[in-house]
Structure formats: C-alpha cells, structure tokens
Design a protein around this ligand. Structure first.
Ligand code: MN
Length: 205
C-alpha cells in the first residue's frame, strides 16, 4: 500500500467539547480512511505515481493520467488536507499566536481578530464543501484563501498552507447541525498555534 492512514495524534475525545469524539471518530476513521483507500486504489499498478510523494503528486496533477486524475485530486487532496488538519489541533490548545506569526498577522490583517474574521468569512463564503486556508503565497505574504471540495493551494501552486479548516458538513454536522458559523468560532479553541508557527517558519524558508 502506497499511502497510509496515521492514527490521530491525540485521543478522539481530546478536543471536547468543541469537536466531539463521535465526529472525530467518523471523520478520521471513516472519511479520511476512505480517501486513503481510494487514493491507493487509483494509483495501484502505476509505479511512477506510487513512487511519488503525496505533495509531488498534488503539485503535478496534469502529470496524472486523465482516467484517474479526478480520483487522485479528490482522494489525494482529502488525504493531504486531513493529515494536515489533525496536526493543527490539540488538547488544551487555543489561545493566541505569538512571535513572528503574530506580528505578521497584525501587519497583514490588522491583528489576530482581523485575521479570525477573515478566515471565518472565507469558510462561510464557501458554498457547499471545501476548506478555508491561511497560506504563504508566491510573494511570500500571508493570505486567506478558500478551495472547493478537497482541493488545496498546493494544486495550483498559489501558496503553502500553514493553517486550514475543514468546512465540509461532515466536520461539524453531528454537533453543530447546519450552524457552520458556530463551529468555526468554536474551532479557534482547539488550534495548536505552535504547529502553525512551525508551518509558517518552514513555509518562509
Ligand atoms: Mn473532512
């Protein structure tokens, strides 16, 4: 098997009460697991694709045969996005960013609150399913963007994600039903800012 589902980096109830254990269990154990299984199915038997890293695969979707391109895009994107998402959260996390990230969020968005408003608006503005991201764009600047489905900013080279939030209904429906805005506000309570800062430092290199 080319790609594997890593265990959640914390127990499934670690993000309670903001993200409930049942949602985490289904989201990781069913949705994410299905992306991994379907990605493996799509690339099976294609030695050139099986030998590529997931990032290299997503950054060159035009190099994927057309017959499986949609499968690789959706399931490969789903695998990358969720692996990234789990690490962005943690037990007893939340709070505020510090250091260079805090300074640059202030310079770009007028402050942490300005950034939060922008990301929430981006997630709310995504019709249907998708993601809202904080990226370091090609100019090396922080930017908030949104992608549909399981797309991400690696696919078109628009930038490197340093934070992202899943706005598919499967991410919040059990606890928040249709209230995506409430989920997005609660999500800040579980963001692991040291992971985001480390993503930022890596993206700036
Ligand atoms: Mn999801």
């Amino acid at each position: 098997m080319a790609y594997e589902l890593a265990p959640l980096p914390y127990p499934k109830d670690a993000l309670e009460p903001h993200l409930d254990a049942a949602t985490m269990e289904i989201h990781h154990g069913k949705h994410h697991a299905a992306y991994v299984a379907n990605l493996n199915k799509a690339v099976a038997g294609n030695a050139a694709l099986e030998g590529k890293s997931l990032e290299a695969l997503l950054a060159d979707l035009n190099g994927v045969p057309e017959a499986i391109r949609g499968q690789v895009r959706n399931n490969g994107g789903g695998h990358w996005n969720h692996t990234f998402f789990w690490k962005l959260m943690g037990r007893g996390a939340g709070g505020v960013p510090t250091g260079a990230l805090a300074d640059d969020l202030k310079a770009t968005f007028g402050g942490f609150d300005g950034f939060k408003e922008k990301l929430e608006a981006s997630g709310m503005g995504r019709f249907g399913s998708g993601w809202a991201w904080l990226i370091v764009n090609r100019a090396g600047k922080l930017e908030v963007v949104s992608t549909p489905n399981q797309d991400n900013p690696l696919m078109d080279g628009s930038g490197r994600p340093i934070l992202g939030v899943d706005v598919w209904e499967h991410a919040y429906y059990l606890k928040y039903q249709n209230r995506r805005a409430e989920y997005l506000k609660a999500w800040w309570n579980v963001v692991n800012w040291s992971e985001v800062a480390s993503n930022y430092a890596a993206a700036k290199k």
